[in-house]
Design a protein around this ligand. Structure first.
Ligand SMILES: Nc1nc2c(ncn2[C@@H]2O[C@H](COP(=O)(O)OP(=O)(O)OP(=O)(O)O)[C@@H](O)[C@H]2O)c(=O)[nH]1
Ligand SMILES: [Mg+2]
Length: 359
């Protein structure tokens, strides 16, 4: 069995690549499972994988490293339930130090057969371009520190979303990345393109993992501060419209939220929405560098009742984030004559990372 660990910053494209990779492998007759991971309880990514009919288990309420035993149990559960040929484990986008706290413990302590066979880190080409050009990232210093450390520790660097920069820029970026990280395998990837994802799948299925170096050097004070600066929010709504014009309402709500965040220049890690009703499931994402063409992904909704799950990691106090989302939702609901039911909500600053093992 192969176990591919996939890390990298919030919104870099991990879920997108894993979904396409899993579909390719399933089409070849392989059994594939996924482990998702995030800070809160109700995860857009888990729902999204399951909607794609990919067997998915989750580690919630904190990163893999601080919930190692849960990760180990979930890996065992997947092995018992589906006897997978391949498992993808996607770590929280603000998590680092995975070699010392997840890979080495799984390689040395894991009783089950789930031993990591590859470790890739994803980076959004536009953010990496800013970083490697020596410019300042649009996040606070400690959050930028996490971005750097995630890249530093992985043997495979996937420079993702290359379709969003010019081809010459992409090649120049790969060159910069290869000189900055000479020991890494560097891939340029558009994860919406099956041929590109195929190359990544081929690479990780060939690669053995080497984790014999000592403890990875990382300043936990800076890492913990960066992690805490990115508040978490998950909020599940049910909406009822009187006229069945849910799309207009959702465009107002998402556009309104994005406008507030941009106006106050609040750094976004990732804000994701999952829209669900009888015949529709659609995921919409905002990151710090996303273009304004998200509207095209908001589906026409003819049902009068539909659900919206929001997951957000944003650099602002978590309570203020919660009130901002609630206020924008209420305002748009009133304007559009929509009835709002809150099904669940949770918001907090993630706690200081305390890994179960570190070796
Ligand atoms: N144009 C383009 N968009 C991409 C690519 N990969 C991912 N995206 C988009 O980027 C957004 C974020 O992608 P996700 O796959 O959710 O990113 P993630 O790394 O799993 O995010 P978190 O789980 O929140 O850390 C989504 O809107 C994707 O459709 C790509 O290669 N090209
Ligand atoms: Mg994801």
């Amino acid at each position: 069995m192969q176990l591919h660990l996939v890390g990298g910053f919030l919104g870099s494209g991990k879920t997108t690549a894993i979904i396409h990779a899993a579909k390719e492998l399933i089409a070849q007759g392989k059994r594939v499972g996924v482990v998702t991971n995030d800070q809160g309880k109700y995860l857009v990514d888990t729902a999204f994988f399951r909607l794609s009919d990919i067997p998915t288990v989750e580690v919630t309420g904190g990163c893999f490293c601080c919930n190692y035993d849960d990760l180990d149990e979930r890996l065992e559960q997947l092995q018992n339930e589906i006897q997978p040929d391949v498992i993808f484990a996607e770590s929280v986008g603000s998590c680092g130090d995975l070699v010392s706290t997840v890979i080495k413990p799984l390689l040395t302590l894991g009783e089950a057969g789930a031993k990591p066979t590859s470790f890739s880190v994803f980076a959004d080409s536009r953010i990496l371009q800013i970083r490697l050009s020596g410019e300042e990232l649009p996040y606070s210093e400690n959050v930028a520190y996490i971005f750097d450390k995630q890249i530093e520790e992985a043997p495979i660097l996937v420079i993702n979303k290359v379709d969003l920069i010019e081809t010459e820029e992409a090649h120049a970026l790969a060159g910069m990345a290869r000189s900055a990280y000479p020991s890494k395998v560097v891939l340029l990837q558009n994860s919406l393109e099956p041929e590109h994802v195929h190359r990544w799948v081929h690479l990780i299925s060939q690669n053995g993992i080497v984790a014999d170096q000592g403890l990875f050097e990382i300043d936990y004070q800076r890492y913990g501060s960066g992690e805490a600066q990115l508040s978490w929010l998950d909020l599940q709504y049910q909406f009822q419209t009187s006229r069945g014009d849910g799309r207009i309402f959702l465009l107002d709500l998402m556009g309104g939220l994005l406008a507030e965040i941009r106006t106050h220049q609040i750094p976004i890690g990732h804000v994701k929405f999952l829209i669900q009703c009888e015949n529709i499931e659609s995921k919409i994402s905002f990151t710090m560098v996303d273009e304004e063409d998200w509207q095209k992904n908001v589906p026409t909704i003819s049902e009068k009742v539909f659900d919206l799950l929001i997951n957000a990691r944003v650099e602002m106090p978590s309570q203020a984030l919660y009130h901002l989302v609630r206020a924008v939702t209420e305002r748009c609901a009133q304007q559009n004559n929509v009835e709002v039911t809150v099904i669940s909500s949770e918001y907090f600053h993630p706690g200081f990372p305390t890994p179960t093992h570190r070796m």
